[in-house]
Ligand binder design. Structure first.
Ligand code: ADP
Ligand code: MG
Length: 227
């Protein structure tokens, strides 16, 4: 469903920075891909391309057969909204809004009718195991719970791909485990997952692990297929 053909990105600068050298990659529906690499190696650039936040400056990116280089801004945003969810290291929750309100706000932008929003937000929070914390403010939630709220928010558009940039970067080991367990659950429901991580134990959870070094994407040892 994600298909990169000779896709690379050079930021124009000046000075121009080649953040991702031309690469080929096929990610299939239901894959759980982890991406490792040192800081500054091009991981976020790669994720931004896959997430349609940035376009490759060379080569081609097809998402479910759609050549994304041919799309105008509005069509691109619509495709992103329909297919892709984002999860970041820093959660990005609004501090003075409850968990349910944080999720509901994402529904406002999707023009979901007001009376449906509350139900849908609660449903999504229940999905991530936080039905009982719907009315809590983020400051009263643990790091892992905050990240699960952020994941519930990322699920509002029923994305087929969830892109996660260091989702456990701010979490301790036990809490990371909960978040990874949730991502694995979503994956077994068919959601394609891409997780950038510094942590080798997180990387090992992928059914495939990609490595990026100095903008060069490789798949050192293919472990394709589910056990
Ligand atoms: P990572 O996520 O692996 O730390 P990034 O993808 O953020 O790496 O960055 C890869 C390279 O591209 C780095 O050298 C970085 O400085 C550069 N870079 C990132 N964003 C921009 C930008 N908007 N303009 C110019 N250079 C950038
Ligand atoms: Mg990064």
């Amino acid at each position: 469903m994600i298909s990169l053909e000779g896709a690379g990105l050079t930021y124009p600068g000046p000075p121009a920075v080649t953040a991702l050298l031309p690469c080929d990659l096929e990610v299939h529906q239901g894959d759980f891909v982890t991406v490792v690499g040192p800081s500054g190696s091009g991981k976020s650039t790669f994720l931004n391309i896959v997430g349609l936040l940035d376009s490759p400056t060379q080569g081609r990116y097809r998402l479910s057969g759609v050549d994304t280089g041919q799309l105008g801004d509005a069509t691109r945003s619509a495709l992103r909204g329909r297919r892709i969810g984002f999860v970041f290291q820093a959660f990005h929750l609004l501090p003075h809004r409850t968990a349910a309100e944080n999720v509901q706000l994402a529904l406002v932008y999707r023009r979901v009718a007001r009376r449906e929003r509350a139900d849908r937000a609660r449903e999504l929070l229940a999905r991530v195991g936080l039905g009982h914390r719907a009315d809590a403010l983020p400051t009263t939630l643990s790091g892992g719970e905050r990240q699960r709220v952020a994941i519930a928010r990322a699920l509002v558009g029923t994305p087929s791909v969830l892109l996660c940039d260091e989702p456990t970067g701010n979490l301790d080991t036990a809490t990371s485990e909960q978040v990874l367990g949730l991502l694995e659950e979503l994956n077994s429901d068919g959601v394609t997952i891409v997780v950038i991580t510094h942590d080798p134990s997180v990387a090992a959870r992928g059914t495939r692990t990609l490595s990026i070094r100095d903008g060069v994407l490789t798949e050192p040892q293919a472990r394709r297929g589910h056990v």
